[in-house]
Design a protein around this ligand. Structure first.
Ligand SMILES: [Zn+2]
Length: 161
């Protein structure tokens, strides 16, 4: 089993939704914009990332690194495929680790610093907040962790505690 926070991926631009889900789980999931081609494989090799693609022709190329071919069309099935291939284990602490949009690692921010920046009921009910140094978006546990974890559990029960 691989801890999600230790997994480095480069995801085919056609699989953007899958990439966001993998980020939500704590994976470092860069998106390769543009065609899934040899440039993507080169970047995967140079950056020591596992390539995740839907392109059968790309998967057929010789590649010194690791590549995972996704065959499903639905994002939830894609997620199950990727989680199974990566033997991902889920760590609740890694869940809020990355910005869904930028893939940046989130930093903890003091509660008082987000007053007025998040909806009032969120401010009142949540204790911990994190922010993305790149886009400035603020995340809290309820913003994706719980909902996503619930979906994950329903999709791939065998992979979750
Ligand atoms: Zn961001």
């Amino acid at each position: 089993m691989a801890a999600a926070s230790a997994v480095r991926l480069i995801v085919d631009g056609n699989l953007g939704r899958l990439a966001r889900w993998l980020r939500a789980l704590g994976c470092d999931a860069a998106i390769h914009e543009g065609r899934a081609d040899r440039h993507m494989l080169r970047r995967a090799f140079l950056e020591n990332r596992i390539a995740v693609t839907k392109s059968r022709s790309l998967a057929a190329r010789p590649f010194r690194g690791r590549l995972i071919l996704i065959t499903a069309d639905r994002w939830d099935e894609q997620l199950a495929e990727a989680a199974a291939a990566l033997e991902l284990s889920f760590d609740d602490r890694a869940i809020l680790g990355r910005c869904l949009d930028c893939n940046e690692t989130l930093s903890e921010v003091k509660k008082i610093a987000v007053e007025g920046l998040v909806p009032a009921y969120i401010f009142e009910t949540q204790a911990a907040f994190r922010s993305c140094g790149r886009c400035g978006r603020i995340f809290w546990a309820g913003s994706h962790a719980e909902k996503m974890l619930r979906v994950m559990r329903s999709r791939i029960p065998s992979r979750l505690p």
